[in-house]
Structure formats: C-alpha cells, structure tokens
Design a binder for this molecule. Sequence first.
Ligand SMILES: [Zn+2]
Length: 246
Amino acid sequence: MALTAQQLDRHKRHILLKEIGGPGVQKLLGASVSIVGAGALGGPCAMYLAAAGVGRIELWDADTVDVSNLQRQVQFTTADTGKSKIRQLAERLKAASPDCEITEQLARWGEEETLAGHILIDATDNFETRFALNRVAHASGRYLVSGAAMGWAGQVSVFASGVEKGAPCYQCFVPETPPDAEACEDAGVVGPVTGIVASHMALETLKLVTGAGRPLIGQVLLLDGLTGISRSVRLNQDTDCPVCGA
Ligand SMILES: [Zn+2]
C-alpha cells in the first residue's frame, strides 16, 4: 500500500535514509511487536517504535505506576501514579502515533500465554520471565530483542536461535539464574542508562524490521555509564544449551 501524504510527511526523516526509505517505512507500518514489560526499558522502547510507525504493538505488564518509577520511566508523569502502566503508556503511544494499533495486556505475561508480535522484546526485570520468553522465541522461530540495565551498566542483544542456524539464544548467554538475582531486582540504576538500553532495543527492532545494517545477533553490547565506553563481545551458541543446543 502506498504511503499517504501525511505518512510521507511524518516519516520523512526515515524516508531520507537510504537504508530505510519508503519501503522500510512500509515494513514498519506492517510490523507487529510484543513488548513484555512497560517500565524503564519497555516504555521508551515502545515510544520510539510507535513514533517510527510500527503498526501493531502488544504491551504486557501488570504493574501500576509508583512514584519511585518516575526517576527513569520517563513515559509517565506524576499524575499517572497509582494508575496502570499499560493504560498510561498506551495513551501516550496513541497520542504520539494515532495509526499505531496497541493491544493492552494488563497482566504479567506467562509462558502459557500467546504473544501476538512477530518480534518479541524482553523488557522485563526477572530471570524467570527472561528464560520463558527465550524458550517461546526459540520454539516459535521469532527474534528476541533483549536488554537489561543495572547500576551504571547496560547490555543489549538480539537472540535468533529459532531463526538462524547456529545463532545463540539467551540461555547460551545466561545458562541459569545468577545467585545474586534477587539483589539485582532491588538494586539501584541510573535513569539515563535505562534510556540508552531502551533506545538500543528500539534500534535493533527497527533494523530487524527494515533489514538495515547488521543486528546484534551473536553479539552482546555492553555499556558502561561511568566511563561512557561501550563495547561488544562475541557470543557463541552453547552446544549443551537446554533450549537451542544440538
Ligand atoms: Zn541456547
């Protein structure tokens, strides 16, 4: 379907890029993603994807906005305190991008629940859900865009074990729940670091949809907010991995 005059205007800055162009914007308009978690990673990631014209965004989160979220979850305002994260985020996304179809799932996603998106985005804060999302992505042959932030550090990767032969999955990277996992969930985190990770997750999703550049498959991007230096490390498939191993 041809882009309307309004869409040409709205997406002009993407259309001007040779790696995206009109065809890339059309792919974005036809794309669907599931974002699990509407907090510090899922919120800004969803905002960039809606602004980029992603046609359908499914959001999962059971939480309400707490005043302690506002230090980093910039999609919310003080007036949102006590309200559903999903409801408030969906309003924000629709206001920014009226064509974007938002599915609001006001629940904590569980492995038995179907995810509608063609690309899965892990914006959760617990290992149980991360492992479950990884299993679903692998079994259903979908890309999993994954990000995490703690303290001053962040990491981003794309797991494609169900899509590309030999590509590692999340569990090749994190074989089991780390012993300090519970402490991680309550640890401090710098607001802008979560924003950088969330933006990287949106960027990787945009690349997967449009085919631009090279996604972070088999690579983990590590960000250090204290030094301002980021680097990527290679990640190989673990042949003994319980999810994707031979
Ligand atoms: Zn694996």
